[in-house]
Design a protein. Structure first.
Length: 307
């Protein structure tokens, strides 16, 4: 049997070693791989922070830059409403797979100046695309401006659909539990009196949490959706997107059927490059993060390396 005093002494020595300066300095060296330590200057994985201009405001943004000289393909990762789940674990995984990843906050959200609205979010996504395509920005971030993919979660999926439909240069997009809020508003207007539909949509938006958003109200956002319902609904974008590569990921959050219908409409229009994945989890994919990452990475790996 061990001597209790010896055991206590060993525990104390281990604690002191863990807290010693020499041990604290050694840990980072162990975390650096041999390949990373040999990487030429300016080619290591990095994170760049910036402010992306959009219609007179500067959006808070960051880019996870992949290792290597590049140019790397790039993903614009679009957050939802209001954006509590940011999917930055996916961003890290995509970077390890060789992709640059831009994450930004729309005007009026999470400290970015300006007023939040769905119209502004659509404009902001287009502004982020234009920013990455600037030659000096592309060089700094070691990315290929001709290979940009949009990936959006929830309302971010709504933004990805709007932006891809408006920009023929976007050859691939992915949605993760996309919220077709305009399509839902269109359905509600078809079955309810307009005041009732607006009230229901406003209440739903308020329940999602408005604290991180500025310059808007649930009622105002609901009216905005009603005003643009026909033009923004996913089904109205099928013709514009029928030649694109798409990944449609769904979960058990009540949004799956609308997304399945969208995928079916794309296929019916002749799109043979639609991949659908369902994961049995909640809207935030709380207990399926690894599976979600695997689905996204496998899909990205199927995209052509060059045009």
């Amino acid at each position: 049997m061990n001597n209790p005093n010896h055991v206590l002494l060993a525990v104390c020595l281990a604690a002191c070693l863990a807290c010693s300066p020499s041990h604290a300095q050694a840990a980072p060296k162990q975390a650096t791989t041999a390949a990373e330590s040999r990487a030429p200057a300016g080619t290591r994985a990095a994170m760049e922070t910036m402010q992306v201009p959009s219609h007179g405001a500067l959006m808070n943004a960051l880019v996870y830059v992949a290792a290597g000289a590049g140019p790397h393909p790039a993903v614009i990762l679009l957050h939802g409403f209001p954006g509590n789940e940011r999917n930055l674990d996916l961003a890290q995984d995509m970077r390890r797979a060789g992709w640059d990843v831009l994450y930004f906050n729309y005007r009026g959200s999470w400290g970015t100046p300006g007023e939040f609205s769905f119209s502004h979010g659509i404009e902001d996504t287009a502004a982020a695309l234009a920013y990455l395509r600037q030659p000096d920005v592309a060089r700094k971030l070691r990315l290929d401006p001709a290979r940009i993919v949009l990936i959006g979660h929830s309302m971010g999926g709504f933004m990805a659909v709007q932006a891809a439909a408006a920009d023929p240069a976007i050859e691939a997009f992915a949605t993760i539990s996309a919220a077709d809020m305009a399509g839902r508003m269109q359905q509600m207007l078809g079955s309810d009196q307009k005041p009732d539909a607006l009230h229901r949509m406003s209440a739903g938006l308020a329940n999602e949490g408005m604290a991180p958003l500025s310059g808007c109200t649930p009622d105002g956002l609901a009216r905005e959706l009603a005003d643009h319902a026909a033009r923004w609904a996913f089904q109205s974008k099928v013709h514009a997107l029928e030649s694109r590569t798409a990944l449609i990921v769904t979960s058990d959050d009540g949004l799956a059927q609308a997304n399945v219908s969208f995928a079916a409409a794309l296929r019916h229009a002749g799109d043979t490059r639609v991949t659908a994945v369902h994961l049995p989890t909640d809207h935030a994919y709380s207990d399926q993060r690894i599976e979600l990452s695997r689905a996204v990475l496998q899909w990205l790996a199927t995209l052509p390396e060059q045009r």
